[in-house]
Design a protein around this ligand. Sequence first.
Ligand SMILES: [Mg+2]
Length: 407
Amino acid sequence: MPLRFLFVDMNAYFASVEQQDFPQLRGKPVAVVPVRAETSSCIAASYEAKVMGVRTGTPVWEARKRCPNIVLALARPERYVQIHTKIVQAVGRCIPVTKVMSVDEMACRLIGDEQKPENATRIAQAIKQEIRATVGNTLRCSIGVGPNVMLAKVAGDMKKPDGLTFLHPGELPGNLHPLKLIDFPGIGPRMEKRFHCHGIVTTAQLVELSIGALAMIWGSKVHAERWYYLLRGDEVADSPTRRRTVGHSHILAPELRTDLGARGVMVRLIHKAAARLRTMDYWTNTFSASVNYVDGPRWEVGVNMPLCQDTFNLLMIFSKLWEDKGVHGQTPLKVSMCLAGLTPSRCATPSLFEQDRQLTKVSHVMDQVNRKFGKNSIHFGTLFGAEDSAPVRVAFNSIPKFNPAFT
Ligand SMILES: [Mg+2]
């Protein structure tokens, strides 16, 4: 079995970009924060801050306590994306990038002679050098090489910062033994607890489990098989998403066969589909809508967008499309909408934009309230009148009051 993948993971990425752009921050403990508030949490920490016990998720007040001289840098998502593009290009000059996994991670397939350890080592060193030389010399990365993407990523995580680690397929599974269960992407604290409940506390135990035993713990035969083979170094296709779309359509009651009526029903369908999406724990990147008229041609529209899971952004996108449609005085009969390009949460990179994260949280809270008090107890209110043409990313504080009158 060959070494099929090389995985690049930038170290302390956001904090390193800050240190790159602002030389006075180099060598200092830096934490990147999404907003200036003591109650907020760090979204990244430089290595100087990490040694003081500050890491992603540490609340700002606690970071100050642990590291009184910490420098807090306000996150600049657009800049991180800009540098990300440069890094992907730099890596691409050394070896083709097969898949960009997130803003600071990418996987590259090794082919032919590249799979020889000495050649993979040379490529890894070239990547590090190219990033330093052409993007910024404070930008370091850990590189892992392994027989599949999952194990290459795990290898990369084994030495930080600036590591180069191999997980040789011939040494599996023994070379995994030093790892903790939560060192595997996909095993979080909750999953770890479940393993503990079944008496599995070490990776040595994990790799001995049969597919049947894994399925019992995971509660899914599909996941179990996938993990069984991944841990043995096989290349396994991403688990197929059984569901590709979430959509609803509705024949309008006679009194709703107006432009405004059609719009109102569409808004309701979007609420319903977005809630379903969140229950399934999926994200969407394609929205489409259509209206069938009694006395005219069908109106149909579709757009691609960044991954989204919140009702608010979907409604904003819909509002804009509806506004562009205009009013033609025809009689609508049926409205339909569909969310496609679905990605499960575990594969989705959460939005870099704090505001989007907040909106997703707001949407989850809406779901909880609606589950408790009945469907449509709350929803986004009159902001979505046809006269409104606000941009998609509006300020968080302009979210309208919930309108309890919607039934
Ligand atoms: Mg990283």
